[in-house]
Design a protein around this ligand. Structure first.
Ligand SMILES: [Mn+2]
Length: 320
């Protein structure tokens, strides 16, 4: 009698691994990365990190669809937008050849076509992405729970000194993989973080002063809007929070590369609709867009007026 032994391997050189594609700009995205790194370490798998944003997510999906199979692919803290739809075929291919799990808490309105693909979708609007990742992959791990708790505090704008300090470390341009590695080992603060944090405090003060010097307040159909040009190094979260303190109904932060960031104080203003006027999108409470124009010290005042004119042109309905 013969005994046959089957050895099934996906590839001899590259063991089946895990790919984590998550948002690169905040604690929720990098926290999701850190939890996945911890998970992979625990089960002895390799993890490849892709630090993504909405503008490069589709590129990553296309690239991976061409070169990966048999892997676990986690996409976290990245919501649906029309760019994702444009990469639907590549995403479908990726989902067929791999196990894809999309974990998110953003608004998925319009994303129904994507959800029909062969992927698992884990979604909540009450929890942040890192919490969902933690519950799915590391349900009883205390370090992962702490990472998730910090991410939640930042994403939901709650008070947590450590969460906001970590966010400053991220905003300072600190190496993302190094950051994720530290968190994944349960190291939430160290000398390097402190140094990056201190450096960023000085940058922030300069950034706020620059905003004040490049700020104008407009009145559009009875809604007040604080609009300001920001330095690139001040994140849209920090710049808009600073402008929101001025108390206007909503704020628009304009970046030198033409990026627009919308936030509001008045819940009657629908920011998603406003951002759509500029080809962007997002949520009612926070939205973004990009105009194809370089914004400089010389042209920003003129550009502010063009932005206001475009909002006015669409009438009061554009706000609700
Ligand atoms: Mn998030």
């Amino acid at each position: 009698m013969h005994t046959r032994i089957f050895i099934i391997a996906f590839s001899y050189n590259q063991p089946m691994g895990c790919i984590c594609i998550a948002h690169k700009k905040d604690l929720d995205g990098l926290g999701s990365h850190a939890i996945m790194r911890r998970f992979a370490r625990e089960i002895g798998e390799e993890v490849t990190h892709y630090f993504a944003d909405y503008d490069d997510l589709t590129e990553i999906i296309v690239k991976l669809s061409e070169e990966t199979e048999g892997e676990k692919v986690i996409i976290a803290d990245l919501g649906y937008n029309s760019r994702v739809l444009s990469a639907k075929d590549a995403l479908a291919k990726l989902c067929e050849a791999n196990e894809v799990i999309w974990i998110d808490h953003h608004d998925w309105q319009g994303g129904e076509e994507i959800l029909k693909l062969k992927l698992r979708f884990i979604h909540s609007s009450k929890l942040c992405a890192a919490e969902l990742v933690q519950q799915e992959f590391m349900p009883s791990d205390e370090v992962s729970k702490e990472i998730a708790r910090l991410a939640h505090a930042h994403d939901f704008r709650e008070e947590s000194e450590l969460a906001w300090k970590l966010y400053d470390v991220i905003s300072s341009g600190y190496d993302k993989l190094r950051f994720v590695e530290a968190l994944s080992r349960g190291e939430f603060w160290n000398e390097e973080f402190e140094e990056a944090y201190q450096r960023y405090q000085r940058a922030k003060e300069k950034g706020y002063a620059y905003l004040d010097e490049h700020l104008e307040v407009f009145n559009i159909y009875g809604y007040t809007c604080a609009m300001a040009l920001s330095k690139k190094y001040l994140s849209s979260t920090l710049a808009s929070l600073y402008l929101q303190e001025k108390g206007t109904d909503f704020v628009v932060v304009v970046y030198p590369d033409g990026k627009l960031s919308f936030r509001r104080n008045n819940p009657k203003v629908n920011l998603r609709k406003l951002a759509q006027l500029f080809g962007g999108g997002g949520r009612e409470v926070a939205a973004g867009a990009k105009i194809e124009k370089e914004v400089t010290e010389d042209n920003y005042r003129e550009l502010f007026r063009e932005i206001v004119e475009r909002m006015k042109k669409h009438g009061k309905d554009a706000f609700r």
